[in-house]
Design a protein around this ligand. Sequence first.
Ligand code: PMP
Length: 358
Amino acid sequence: MSVFNFSAGPAVMPKPVIEQIQRDLPSLDNSGMSILEISHRSALFQNIIDEAVADLRDLLNIPANYHICFAQGGGTGQFAAVPLNLANNRRHIALLDSGTWAAKAGKEATRLGYQVTTLATTKDGKYRELPRLKQAIPADSFDYLHVTTNNTIEGTAYHTVPESEIPIVADMSSNFLGENYDITNFGLVFAGAQKNLGPAGVTVVIVREDLIQTAEAVPSIFDYQLAIDKGSMLNTPPTFAIYAAGLVLKWIKAEGGVTEMARRNQAKSDKLYDYLDESKLFNAPAFKPDRSYTNVVFSTNNDELDAVLVKEATAAGLMNLKGHRSVGGLRASLYNAMPMAGVDALIDFLYQFEQTHQ
Ligand code: PMP
């Protein structure tokens, strides 16, 4: 059955990558062994991880003074790892509270004993627009500013990076490689793979080397310096997830790189937002200039009707349109691997639904 999968993550992956995995699975590079079976210490796997790092460096123009690591523990793990590694001078973090995930990052740092100051929040307006800095941040005040570039649940994104004198830590989980950012604007970028990069299980961390100031209390598994020194193999890494992410990176390169991905994502989301804005039934609440290219949040403003829509859409092969459980409504995630044909099919379906449920 052919479907379009609008899941927010784990999410749709490029079809050629899935097919490549299928071909490789019984015997990787004629080794007679599967990627699921080989040692992370084998030359076969070393080659895979080296190529993934090189391809990522190339795709994002990552300068030599930034290290690339493959971590475990997801974005949630990084909510702890980042302060443990980067906030030991002042033990004080600044936060732009742009959505649920930003708030969770703040909570985790607080839990670990760091002081967190929210410089701006749009929580009272249900995060429909992005919080913006109203004044410059004093250079010696905080260790870093935590920014969520794309708010997966609320459907907003910083299309330009906030101006900041202090290093910015970017949680790029849901628009990593889907929107073009200059890495040198950030002190650290992290992203769970399970949206734009591959299967769940691996998290990319890109960190400027001068910012790492590990304290003794950091668990080894979260210690960036150790991860760098050991080439992301302090312990057994998620070998399959890294292999699959490596294939996705090659697919992005072959398709024209991140600029092309961003162009496609913008075109896809523009088309859907245009339809939703014209529609009498649907409403896309995010403030227009702040709207995400990768997560389109909308609803009929009627919970029962939204539920009917999800059911009918599923029957029509349009999967996973239910909004996040914390906000309800509907959400279509349009990551790199979602073709325009998926958006066209969704708009056709929504149009028909609107005709029959006015
Ligand atoms: N940050 C953002 C922006 C996310 O969307 C998510 C997951 N949806 C997370 C962090 C948490 O990631 P994980 O589930 O990998 O811990």
